[in-house]
Write a protein that binds this ligand. Structure first.
Ligand SMILES: [Zn+2]
Length: 376
């Protein structure tokens, strides 16, 4: 099947009927990732302005090579790697068909990464990126881009798998997309730290099917130490939805009862990433690099605008969940947030869903400031 994306012509094979994604014969291609790839191209443009000497890009799980082809069209010096012979051949054809240079290597990408250094490495596997993370952080110079599609283990819905893959305890809460992203970043930060490297998230976004994060590398052990200080734990009450967090690699005070409502239904998650998931200025510069040739330009603009203006609290609230808790009808998000701001609290939308918002206020403070009146 031929498709056009970002002004390029790409031949792909889609999973056969009945085959689960990524498991059937044929070179895997995921059409729902166009938004992800459009943003990747914008990140590559913005990053080259930030670090002009960056030039080499590795598409580490090339499949059809679509990411590599798009990076090559941006002037990057591209290598596409895939262990599968048909994939490598298709990536080669797609580069040639678009008159783009690029090297295609059929090989285990971990062994390639141990021998060759790249400025930018893009890990876009089906499932967890963890089997490739060590090799990527051990040798990459500037930027590691990571997709994870195993959202159920990441957010705590498949708890044991999450523990095994990410060496953390994620908990399934109403902010599960953010829990997933912060579990992923925590594992990646700890992996990079093994190589005395700080992996700082400069842009991230989550959709129903994946989490995506861009980590800028700082190869100083002291920077890695400082980054580890931003890992920690969230304590969450399943009854009143209040939550608190604490820094550190082990929890000092996992409460057995909720300090607000005295419930014993407390969850402690971590170590998760508690710091910012995006650099606001960089994310704005990425937004400016979106262009009309991109199929998902408008969606990406809205998404990145929200990411750039989100507060840096470690968890978001869900407006509908709170209103249900209070037994009141939900009002518009704009009214709700402006009520919070008028009461003196910082508040922002959050990109995780249309009803997600962030604030420093506690559940009780949110209720006092912004709960709509119940119909009488
Ligand atoms: Zn409680």
């Amino acid at each position: 099947m031929q498709l056009s994306e970002g002004g390029l012509e790409i031949t792909v094979e889609t999973p056969r009927d009945g085959a689960s994604e990524g498991s059937g014969d044929g070179v895997f291609f995921n059409p729902t990732m166009e938004l992800n790839r459009d943003i990747t191209v914008a990140v590559l443009r913005a990053y080259q302005q930030r670090e002009p000497r960056v030039s080499t890009y590795l598409d580490a799980m090339a499949a059809s090579g679509i990411r590599g082809v798009r990076a090559a069209a941006e002037g990057y010096n591209v290598t596409c790697c895939d262990i599968d012979r048909d994939s490598a051949e298709l990536a080669r054809e797609n580069l040639a068909h678009n008159d783009l240079d690029g090297e295609v290597i059929q090989r285990n990408v971990n062994s390639l990464l141990h021998e060759q250094m790249f400025d930018v490495v893009d890990l876009d596997p089906f499932g967890t990126p963890i089997p490739f993370a060590d090799a990527a952080f051990a040798t990459t110079r500037n930027l590691v881009c990571v997709t994870a599609t195993d959202t159920a283990p990441l957010c705590g819905a498949h708890l044991n798998s999450g523990k095994r893959k990410y060496s953390a305890i994620p908990q399934n809460t109403e902010y599960h997309p953010e829990m997933g992203l912060r579990t992923l970043i925590s594992a990646l930060v700890r992996t990079a730290a093994r190589y005395d490297t700080a992996a700082v998230p400069i842009c991230s976004h989550v959709s129903r099917h994946y989490a995506r994060t861009y980590l800028e590398l700082d190869h100083r052990a002291t920077s890695a130490d400082r980054l580890l200080d931003q890992l920690g734990f969230v304590h969450h009450c399943e009854d009143c939805l209040s939550r608190d967090h604490e820094d550190g690699l082990y929890p000092q005070s996992a409460p057995e009862r909720c300090p607000v409502c005295d419930s014993n239904r407390m969850l402690t998650a971590g170590p998760i990433w508690l710091g910012p998931v995006a650099d606001s200025e960089f994310t704005k510069s990425v937004r400016e690099q979106l262009s009309a040739a991109m199929g998902k330009q408008q969606l990406a603009e809205r998404l990145l605008s929200t990411v750039a203006t989100e507060l840096d609290t470690p968890t978001h609230y869900d407006q509908h969940r709170l209103c249900k808790q209070w037994g009141v009808p939900a009002n518009s998000m704009d009214d709700f947030l402006s009520d919070l701001r008028e009461a003196g609290y910082e508040a922002s939308q959050a990109h995780y869903s249309g009803t997600a918002f962030k604030t420093e206020a506690t559940v009780a403070e949110i209720r006092d400031a912004a709960a709509p009146e119940a119909d009488i």
